[in-house]
Design a protein around this ligand. Structure first.
Ligand SMILES: O=C[C@H](O)COP(=O)(O)O
Length: 247
């Protein structure tokens, strides 16, 4: 059975003054609940300080992307080793905003996930369909093939996290229905079973897309939903902690 992971993604939000939210979240998730983990992924500029603030707590801190290489001439990029050195234990890879804004393909995402594993941190591999892909009835096909292509080769099931984030639900308030989430998460679990066999059950599959305190309990109760990847509602400790409490 997969652990539950309640993960925040601050995206391009947060200044040093926002670290008070990290302190409040860290206090609210300590001591940890059995089998429920809390994580906030922050911009690279805040990583070291956020990790310092969370050090004595059960809150984990993560990065939002990483380069596939360990170091080198890649101006503006950050390697997985740098994230680990700054105190990250997770990194998001393949978020739809990275895929759209930076042209990151599933092949690139698989290499980034492999880089995270090389650095000893856990990749959260994001997949999701656009509104047009859902309307054309191809959501399951699109998302499961995106998953297959984004998986790093040779990874163990215990070192991966998957996040299903329908693009049309991100930051829009248009949360996916419980039925649609159930159908997609079952399909993702089946695809993971094809690769990892029975160990696929160890891989947390998170839902992301307008998850809020008001809808979290229903989404987190779906069979193959093992947590959330939360954008807007992770910026304020009270909202994040309400979702954590619902898990
Ligand atoms: O990574 C998080 C997702 O993109 C969800 O963002 P949101 O909760 O603001 O819709």
């Amino acid at each position: 059975m997969a652990r539950t992971l309640i993960a925040g993604n601050w995206k391009m939000n947060g200044l040093r003054s926002s670290l008070v939210e990290i302190v409040a979240i860290a206090g609210g998730v300590t001591p940890a609940r059995e089998n429920v983990e809390a994580l906030i992924c922050v911009p690279a500029t805040l990583l070291m300080q956020a990790a310092d603030q969370a050090r004595e707590s059960d809150l984990k801190i993560g990065g939002e992307t990483c380069h596939a290489n360990e170091s080198g001439a890649h101006t503006g990029d950050v390697s997985a080793e740098m994230l680990a050195d700054a105190g990250a234990s997770y990194v998001i890879v393949g978020h739809s905003e990275r895929r759209a804004d930076h042209g990151e393909t599933s092949e690139v995402v698989a290499a980034q996930a492999a880089a995270a594993l090389r650095a000893g941190i856990t990749p959260i591999i994001c997949v999701g369909e656009t509104a047009a892909e859902r309307d054309s009835g191809k959501a399951i096909e699109v998302v499961t093939s995106m998953l297959r292509e984004s998986l790093p080769t040779g990874a163990g099931a215990d070192s991966l996290v998957i996040a299903y984030e329908p693009v049309w639900a991100i930051g829009t308030g248009n949360v996916a229905t419980v039925e649609a989430v159930d159908e997609m998460h079952n399909a993702l679990r089946e695809s993971l079973s094809d690769v990892f066999g029975a160990d696929a059950d160890l891989i947390p599959i998170l839902y992301g897309g307008s998850m809020k305190p008001g809808n979290a309990a229903d989404l987190l109760a779906v069979k193959n939903v093992n947590g959330g990847l939360i954008g807007g509602a992770s910026l304020k400790a009270a909202d994040f902690l309400a979702i954590y409490a619902a898990a």
